[in-house]
Design a protein around this ligand. Structure first.
Ligand SMILES: Nc1nc2c(ncn2[C@@H]2O[C@H](COP(=O)(O)OP(=O)(O)OP(=O)(O)O)[C@@H](O)[C@H]2O)c(=O)[nH]1
Ligand SMILES: [Mg+2]
Length: 322
């Protein structure tokens, strides 16, 4: 199960307390109390593993260690160890405590989230010409705390959308290294799958049905994963007797989720074209042309059509680089 929305609490470590100590030899009675260590801070770093938020399913509170207290003989307390939480690239970090939103957009990118408290000064730091035996010290400062909502929004270039069972996963498997599950029934895909076509990342999301925005089927929770895609491939099965109706159902659900999804460049693929005769196919394409969009018949059994999909993708790569 893909965890793509989770709320956690993070707490940085407190600083250690400063020490009060004096040199024990008779000749010098000077102060030697050292400072406390700094509390451990917490960072978030991007990795490629899409499943990385799973670690927070059961462990929702993460605390870094406190700094050690200062010691005698100028020995500062050790700093608390820092913690680096690994999250998938595409994770949006909503800091519910500060209201700030951050985003992890690349592998290895590291963001500071909560900082550890400073250690307190020991009495050595309070010595002066008028007070050679100070007994002052400072407590360490508390570490920062925050409640975070981690929301994974895949960063893909192309999103595959459509009703269930229209061949989205089949095409992904055909043209990329993906091994998305394929079967002849609706809702085969239960969570988004990614495939890579040269520099492009393609996201195959679970099928959407009428009423998805109200929670039917798998709902629309996966639409967040195409919010940031540049282009949509909209699949309509050649098996359908009402292709325009199918198209409108999906558009309606997209619009209900987020109007900006409707503004993305969209290619319409009339999938499984091999099951129709040339005549039947032309008739269906004609029908779909009423939508005033480019309609491309495709079939995983027709090499030429896959080649045309490849051309579209290569064009998108060019646009991406420009
Ligand atoms: N004849 C034919 N069958 C196809 C083609 N593409 C996919 N299929 C079949 O259609 C069925 C559904 O394919 P999937 O790729 O699982 O469809 P999907 O859109 O990912 O389905 P969901 O994950 O349920 O949304 C499978 O039985 C595939 O073998 C095609 O080009 N031609
Ligand atoms: Mg599928």
């Amino acid at each position: 199960m893909l965890i793509d929305d989770v709320t956690i609490k993070v707490r940085a470590g407190a600083g250690g307390r400063g020490a009060v100590a004096f040199n024990k030899t008779k000749m010098s009675l000077g102060p030697t109390g050292a400072s406390g260590g700094r509390g451990g801070s917490i960072y978030i770093e991007g990795i490629s593993d899409l499943g990385a938020l799973l670690q927070f399913r059961y462990k929702k509170e993460i605390a870094a260690r406190n700094g050690e207290d200062g010691k005698a003989q100028f020995n500062d307390g050790k700093n608390g160890e820092e913690i680096i939480l690994k999250v998938p690239v595409g994770t949006v970090i909503h800091n519910l405590t500060t209201g700030e939103d951050l985003e992890i957009i690349s592998i290895g990118q590291r963001l500071p989230i909560v900082s550890g408290g400073h250690g307190g000064k020991g009495n050595y730091h309070f010595r002066s010409s008028t007070n050679t035996t100070p007994t002052e010290f400072q407590d360490g400062l508390p570490g920062q705390e925050a409640e975070l909502r981690l929301e994974l929004k895949l960063i893909a270039d192309v999103g595959f959308i459509g009703l269930p069972n229209v061949g989205k996963s089949s095409l992904l498997n055909e043209i990329t290294n993906a091994q998305s599950k394929v079967a002849n029934y609706p809702f085969t895909t239960l969570e988004p799958n990614l495939g890579v076509f040269y520099e492009l990342i393609l996201a195959d999301i679970p099928g959407i049905i009428e009423g998805a925005s109200g929670g039917r089927g798998l709902g629309i929770k996966f639409l967040r994963h195409i919010e940031r895609t540049k282009t949509l491939f909209h699949f309509i099965s050649a098996e359908s007797s009402a292709p325009i109706k199918d198209y409108r159902i999906i558009r309606k659900e997209l619009g209900k989720y987020n109007k900006t999804l409707l503004e993305k460049p969209e290619y319409i693929f009339l999938s499984k074209s091999d099951i129709l005769t040339k005549k039947e196919l032309d008739k269906k394409i004609k029908k779909l042309e009423a939508l005033n969009k480019k309609v491309l018949p495709i079939s995983i059994h027709d090499f030429d059509s896959l080649e045309r999909v490849g051309e579209i993708l290569r064009e998108l790569i060019k646009q991406k680089k420009a």
